[in-house]
Write a protein that binds this ligand. Structure first.
Ligand SMILES: Cc1cc2nc3c(=O)[nH]c(=O)nc-3n(C[C@H](O)[C@H](O)[C@H](O)COP(=O)(O)O)c2cc1C
Length: 366
């Protein structure tokens, strides 16, 4: 799963020699490619016939995630890395092709919380019965089928194995991509939650922050460090004045952890090794969720990441930031010195180097 841009697999579901599927798939990709560039979407064509998937031959059920065969592992990696799918599917006997069903059946959680759009084709019903059939199956996998769709009646749309030009149809196909990307972004928090450690609040989760998260970090910093500025009567606080580019730069070099819920960044902390000390900083929690164990949990996340060989955990805070200082003292830190407006605190790294991070600590512990 990518972080900000989206990767969309275009699944060519028919596998028979001489199939019309490739012509439909080529038209689709050519048509939506310019919009994909605008949206920062990577389109990846995948012919199911090239995957070498026999009828499902794994011993363990897909929900176990235990795969013995190379073909399953390859397919799992491809689907896992995708943010959404467009299935280009014919209708066979009022339903989806067996190849498509088989490819879906192979995997489990790799599909979850990702949108699937459909481009169908067929004779009498333009493949719409195939799509109805597929929708019933894909929802079981927690794929989210789109409303936007393209349905092609072969007799009306194809000539000499190619699709006749049709600007209206092209616009509809672009609409499928637009909807797919919006739904993929909307579902991102659910995908992330399913793959991350739970946080201290119900529905929250913890994950590493990357430069792609810079805009959310910038907003959180400006919100959190304003109180620091007031408490310490100074605006000379880096977290308040940094530009988006500066935030992006430090996110690339610090080990930074964020707590998220429903796509909202609730808190963060960063850490890195400097001359044998593990420097922890930028611990911030949104104002409406303070006093619920979030700061303490994030602090422990940062401590647990201490690199081997670091002897002390060190942090700096405003000398007048009483709330922060109380939290740090309660977590075993000692104020070493106060230099003007800045307090310097330390705590030894535990002898075994391990700081336990609770899996799902209850909220409301202060
Ligand atoms: C096994 C099979 C079953 C089909 N069943 C249907 C059907 O139920 N409804 C329909 O409209 N067309 C049906 N068709 C016609 C297909 O929609 C048409 O042949 C289409 O080109 C198949 O896609 P493909 O060329 O990519 O394999 C069927 C074709 C095949 C090969």
């Amino acid at each position: 799963m990518s972080t900000k841009t989206a990767r969309v697999l275009v699944l060519m579901c028919s596998t028979r020699p001489g199939a019309r599927g490739p012509a439909v798939g080529e038209w689709l990709i050519e048509t939506i490619a310019p919009r994909a560039v605008e949206l920062g979407v990577e389109l990846v064509p995948v012919a199911l016939g090239d995957l070498g998937l026999p009828f499902l031959d794994e011993e363990d059920p897909p929900a176990s995630g235990v795969y013995r065969h190379e073909h399953t592992k390859r397919w799992s990696t491809m689907v896992d890395a995708a943010d959404g799918f467009i299935a280009v599917t014919p209708e066979y006997n009022y339903g989806m092709p067996a190849t498509f069903k088989n490819a879906l059946d192979y995997l489990g959680r790799e599909w979850a919380w990702k949108p699937m759009g459909f481009v169908s084709y067929g004779n009498t019903s333009a493949g719409t019965r195939s799509v109805q059939h597929a929708k019933q199956v894909v929802t079981t996998l927690r794929l989210v089928p789109l409303g936007a769709t393209v349905a092609l009646r072969i007799g009306d749309t194809m000539e000499n194995g190619r699709l006749r030009p049709d600007a209206g149809r092209d616009a509809t196909a672009t609409g499928v991509l637009d909807e797919l990307v919006r739904v993929a972004h909307a579902l991102r928090p659910l995908r992330e939650q399913a793959r991350s450690r739970p946080g201290p609040l119900p529905g929250s989760y913890v994950r590493a922050l990357t430069p792609d998260d810079a805009s959310e970090v910038l907003v959180l910093q400006r919100c959190c460090w304003l109180e620091e500025a007031l408490a310490n009567d100074t605006l000379a606080i880096p977290a308040l004045g940094e530009s988006l580019e500066q935030v992006r730069e430090w996110l690339a070099t610090w080990h930074t952890t964020g707590l998220w819920r429903d796509g909202r960044l609730l808190g963060m902390v960063r850490a890195r090794s400097v001359d044998g000390d593990w420097h922890v900083g930028r611990l911030g929690v949104v104002p409406d969720l303070r006093g619920r164990g979030v700061g303490r949990r994030l602090l422990r996340e940062a401590e647990a990441a201490a690199e081997a060989g670091c002897r002390r955990i060190v942090l700096f805070t405003g000398a007048e930031s009483q709330r922060n200082i109380r939290l740090y003292h309660a977590q075993g830190y000692r104020t070493e010195s106060v230099d003007g407006a800045t307090a310097f605190l330390t705590k030894p790294v535990p002898a075994d180097g391990a700081v336990r991070v609770p899996a799902g600590e209850p909220a409301g512990l202060g």
